[in-house]
Design a protein. Sequence first.
Length: 70
Amino acid sequence: MSRRGVAAVTICSTAFILLGRAQASALGNASLPIAIVPHPFGLRSRDEVRQIAVKCVDDIIKLVSEAKKG
């Protein structure tokens, strides 16, 4: 999408961030912004997951805004 002039962001948990960055590079988009969420989710309460989601939305908004500028 970013190659078409559309801001793009992916979401990746901390356990897979290296894999996510490697995959973005392998696909020719090393600068793809990645919103990072903590891992794991399975042991977290609904409220904790909700808080993580709220922060992630804030991160996504920031990353998309930066991508549009750049």
